[in-house]
Design a protein around this ligand. Structure first.
Ligand code: IVH
Length: 664
């Protein structure tokens, strides 16, 4: 509570005294709400200097101070339909009679000013100050063009006090700032500050040059007795020549809500800025009966617009596992209304973001949401960090499948190693597994695969080979007859006879594409040696970098992955081992080729198969280990690299001639 008080006081000073707000209104309101909630929860701890019960800033020393006849109080806030319902319910219950009419006004974003007219002549203008005592700014207010200085028909009213808002319309504000830029002078942050800065001038000539306007919203002394409602008081102000806040009448909560939603939609078209609307009990006698609670009327409330940035507490961080196994930190928040929507989760993206924000669990964070944008944390309020804040740590086990989690060095994203086993990743793993270039199970086209997954007939890729046990069930599914089921099962059966590179590729190990799978098969000859391979050995394989080597190593250290592999083998998936001895006698044994560009006579895959059959290794990238580069049309960077490294380059014609000669 002390930390919030210190912070609010600092922001109050910046806003009211310096006319230079340090945070947005939404952030300010959010902090204020936090303090208010604590004060309600712990009334015995309410501090004497709590800014909750003071209004505005201290009066400025240069101006004459004037005590208000009637204190200038503030308004309570509601932020959503439920809050509004609560406000209406309390007012109705307190009165014991239903309130028939509410008057609604726009909440103008300027400065509250009290005006005094003596026998119909303007005599004094005073700022709100601290609510009890304000500053005399008569000299400046007198220069406001839309302010009537004499009120026709009010000669008999000894003292008339009118309150309202002095503001700077948007167009005037833009023009003023443009002129300031041209003159190399400082600009104002927003129209409200420009209005405040203009009224705090000692020299009235400056205020006179500023495009200010006054809008009335209440008569606090001298209202003719026959006027019994707020709406007729507003109409009377209009008759006297005042501009007033636009106003309307509503009878129910839903009518107020509908008006509010409409104001939000039309707000940007208004000539001045507003930060909400004000709901008032229309009957002035009822207003009197309701009275005030501390500094706020019970007969009126501000219905604020949803702020786009609001502070709240980060209570925990959970980790969400994506389809590709990446772990994303999701912040759990104390629910807040941001931009009209209740937000209780927010993505923290990755560790880079967490470090950038320097955020800990327990921190107060500013949550931002503009339009349809996903809410995000825009910053941490460091001054409010609790002593028991905890750092955000990466879990060691996947929250979905309990497999080990790794954070590769130099990467921002952590991953679950449970590839084939992790249910968060299974759908993706399944689609990859049956792909044409992997296990090539054509008959199990994408849509059925997903359907079976959703029906929980298939969980891991190994379950594909158990589908035949559900044959009868499958035949009863709409769109699947006996014939298509047996075709599907035949395709599955056929896929059991595969090649080692295809199988390795099908496992979907991160970073292991087709050519890496091939390099692995060529290097190790069979699956078991790959599963047992030391990290250094994996790193030494052509075409495999450190990150991929690590991911292969991790994949085969996750028990669950091994279980799935074993289930696949047990189901009868098999291949001919590519024993190293098999290739030793072949004509291109010991050579490592790379293929690039477009070939005319055949596809690159076919060329690759031919080279493999002749005993060559085929790698995806040119390195010092490359023996020859087969370069087709439009060869690019690989050709450049080969030339630089002095690797021999073979044209397609030369390649075809070689095949002729070697009988490939
Ligand atoms: S009525 C007892 N009506 O909002 C206070 N206030 O947060 C009755 N404001 O100090 C105030 N437009 O500066 C009222 N149509 C409106 C208003 C309005 C803007 C400002 C005013 C007031 C503050 C309260």
């Amino acid at each position: 509570m002390r930390a919030l008080i210190t912070l609010l006081k600092r922001h109050n000073h910046a806003y009211y005294v310096l006319d230079k707000p340090s945070i947005s209104d939404g952030e300010y309101d959010g902090l204020r709400q936090q303090l208010l909630a604590l004060e309600n929860q712990y009334p015995q701890l309410v501090q004497a200097d709590s800014p909750i019960n003071t209004v505005g800033g201290e009066p400025l020393p240069f101006f004459t101070q004037v005590a208000h006849d009637v204190p200038m109080l503030s308004l309570g806030n509601v932020f959503n339909s439920e809050d509004l319902a609560g406000f209406l319910r309390r007012a109705n219950e307190r009165l014991g009679v239903p309130i028939g009419e509410y008057e609604m006004e726009l909440k103008l974003d300027g400065l509250a000013v009290s005006l005094k007219y003596q026998h119909g002549k303007f005599v004094q203008a005073v700022t709100r100050g601290d609510g009890q005592v304000g500053e005399d700014i008569t000299h400046n207010v007198k220069t406001i063009r839309n302010l009537p200085l004499t009120l026709a028909g009010c000669e008999q009213i000894a003292w008339l006090e009118i309150r309202g808002e002095v503001l700077m319309p948007k167009a005037g504000f833009d023009k003023l700032n443009r002129q300031s830029i041209e003159r190399g002078e400082k600009t104002f942050a927003n129209p409200r500050n420009a209005a405040a800065g203009s009224l705090r001038q000692l020299n009235p000539a400056i205020a006179a040059a500023r495009p200010l306007a006054f809008f009335g919203y209440s008569v606090n002394q001298g209202l003719p007795e026959h006027i019994a409602t707020q709406s007729s008081a507003m109409a009377w102000l209009g008759d006297l020549g005042f501009e007033t806040s636009p106003f309307a009448i509503a009878h129910t909560h839903d009518e107020i809500q509908a008006y509010y939603e409409n104001v939000i939609k039309t707000r940007s078209g208004l000539p001045f800025e507003i930060d909400g609307m004000v709901v008032k009990v229309n009957d002035l006698a009822l207003q009197n009966r309701l009275g005030f609670l501390s500094r706020e009327p019970r007969w009126a409330t501000a219905y604020k617009f949803p702020a786009e940035t609001v502070p709240t507490r980060l209570i925990d961080v959970e980790w969400q596992v994506g389809r590709t196994g990446t772990l994303t930190p999701v912040g759990k928040l104390e629910p807040v209304n941001v931009g009209g929507v209740t937000v209780s989760n927010v993505t923290l993206h990755n560790f880079g973001e967490i470090n950038r924000l320097d955020v800990m669990i327990g921190d107060m964070v500013n949550v931002h949401r503009a339009g349809d944008v996903i809410p995000k944390v825009s910053g941490v309020i460091g001054d409010l960090r609790p002593s028991d804040a905890r750092p955000i740590v990466l879990p060691t086990a996947c929250p979905v499948c309990d497999s080990p989690v790794v954070l590769p060095e130099g990467e921002a994203l952590a991953r679950c190693t449970g590839g084939l086993y992790c249910s968060a990743q299974q759908q993706e793993a399944l689609i990859h597994f049956v792909a044409r270039r992997a296990m090539d199970i054509d008959g199990l086209g994408g849509q059925w695969l997903i359907k079976f997954f959703e029906m929980k007939l298939i969980k891991s890729v190994a379950d594909i080979y158990q589908l035949h046990t559900h044959a009868e069930h499958l035949m009863t599914l709409e769109g699947l007859g006996e014939k298509s089921v047996s075709k599907m099962l035949a395709a599955i059966e056929k896929s059991k006879q595969t090649t080692l590179p295809r199988f390795i590729f099908a496992l979907g190990i991160r970073g292991v594409g087709e050519s890496t799978a091939l390099s692995l098969a060529q290097e190790f000859g069979d699956l078991q040696p790959i599963m047992d391979a030391k990290l250094e050995h994996l790193q030494a394989v052509a075409d495999i970098g450190e990150v991929t080597a690590q991911s292969i190593y991790d994949f085969f250290r996750a028990t669950h992955n091994i279980e799935v592999v074993q289930a696949l083998l047990a189901a009868g998936v098999t291949w001919q081992p590519l024993a190293a001895a098999d290739t030793a006698d072949l004509p291109l044994a010991g050579e490592t080729w790379v293929i690039t560009g477009t070939l005319g006579a055949m596809g690159r895959d076919e060329a690759k198969d031919k080279l493999l059959a002749l005993g060559a290794k085929v790698s995806g990238s040119v390195s010092a280990k490359t023996t020859r580069l087969l370069a087709g049309e439009k060869a690019g960077s690989k050709l450049d690299k080969a030339t630089t490294l002095g690797v021999s380059v073979v044209s397609e014609d030369e390649f075809l001639a070689l095949l002729e000669r070697l009988g490939g």
